[in-house]
Design a protein around this ligand. Structure first.
Ligand code: GLN
Length: 339
């Protein structure tokens, strides 16, 4: 190759590289709305799976509800479908109480007193406690999440609850409420989690009285959110801990990457590997049908639909979010071109 051809060649390569970064950075409002609408239309008819029913009242949520939302770190909202329907946040609450404890005690307290490894086992596994030396394993399975609630610096059960609740409300940027019928339905049937809490206490991996931790944890899971609330919670994580609607700092910026790492490795339970491989984003799911994914530094994608797969993750929601991640090319490990 002579020098001129080499120069032209180099210029073309640089131009191509710049063009691809520009596309990644410059997603327009029309692009955001289009992918949200497309994801909604594409998966609206997907009827696989079924509502969670081990918490009896969740079986009564109309299964056809479906909402998809993007909220940017600047607070712009794009939505399609049933985005105002209030459903139980369930396990999507877990990372936000981790954020509270990280702030109070430093992120290492989570690592040392709970653990960080994904279990490869279901979210409510008792076996996981026996085969891992950390016992509580990671803060996003039930055991670790109950332990996280027990670590909140609190003077009383009421104080523990008030801190957990106002922290989650601050992430959503609005005063949330508890779905009392969900709380009652879950607490009446909470035998498995009670077993986990008692085991952890016996192993000295629970840091408050077990029934107190169990009640506050169950109440935390019964907080009602709609898909937009979830999106704003995620946008707060993508905005380094500042809620883009209220401008309130809700967690220290330095803790955000650590929390997102935990979500990436364990947010989908025993499907976390499959999720990260196909969508490339940290995310958290809940058996109420919600899923929240975060594109760090940029925006959040939230979706809600009650039918779940065997791992307890919403089928329409995970497909919608994965589709949007692929279309916008925002997977953390590079654009994922599969649909
Ligand atoms: N509250 C539910 C439980 O403890 C949360 C589970 C979930 O959303 N995966 O079983």
């Amino acid at each position: 190759m002579n020098i001129t051809i080499q120069r032209v060649f180099a210029a073309v390569i640089i131009a191509l590289a710049l063009a691809s970064t520009a596309t990644a950075a410059d997603i327009t409002p029309a692009d955001f709305q289009r992918v949200v609408d497309q994801a909604y239309a594409k998966y609206k008819g997907l009827n696989e799976g079924s509502n969670a029913d081990y918490i009896p009242i969740l079986a009564e949520t109309p299964s056809d509800l479906f909402g998809v939302v993007i909220v940017t770190r600047k607070g712009a909202i794009y939505s399609a479908g049933d985005v105002n329907y209030k459903f139980a946040i369930e396990s999507i609450s877990k990372p936000f109480t981790v954020a509270l404890v990280m702030e109070q005690q430093g992120p290492n307290a989570i690592r040392e007193k709970i653990g960080l490894e994904s279990t490869g086992l279901p979210f409510n596994s008792k076996l996981a406690l026996e085969i891992h030396k950390e016992r509580s394993v990671n803060p996003l399975v039930n055991a670790g999440a109950i332990a996280t609630v027990s670590m909140v610096d609190a003077k009383s059960e009421k104080d523990r609850w008030n801190q957990v609740f106002s922290n989650i409300s601050d992430f959503a940027g609005t005063k949330l409420t508890v779905l009392e019928d969900v709380y009652e339905s879950e607490y009446e049937n909470v035998w498995g989690n009670r077993g986990i809490a008692n085991l952890l206490y016996d192993y000295k991996r629970l840091y408050s009285e077990p029934e107190e931790a169990l009640r506050v944890y169950t109440r935390q899971c019964s907080i009602g959110v709609n898909t937009i609330d979830l999106g704003v919670m995620g946008a707060t994580l993508s905005n380094q801990g500042v809620n883009p609607i209220t401008d309130k700092r809700v967690m220290p910026a330095k803790d955000v990457p650590k929390l997102l790492a935990i979500m990436a490795t364990a947010g989908f339970y025993d499907e976390s590997g499959e999720w990260l491989y196909s969508a490339g984003l940290p995310a958290k799911t809940g058996v109420g049908g919600g899923i929240l994914a975060v594109v760090p530094g940029r925006f959040a994608i939230a979706a809600f639909s009650p039918r779940l797969n065997a791992a307890g993750n919403s089928i329409r929601s995970l497909n919608a979010i994965r589709y949007i991640s692929g279309k916008l090319g925002v997977g953390l490990f590079g654009p994922n071109l599969d649909e």
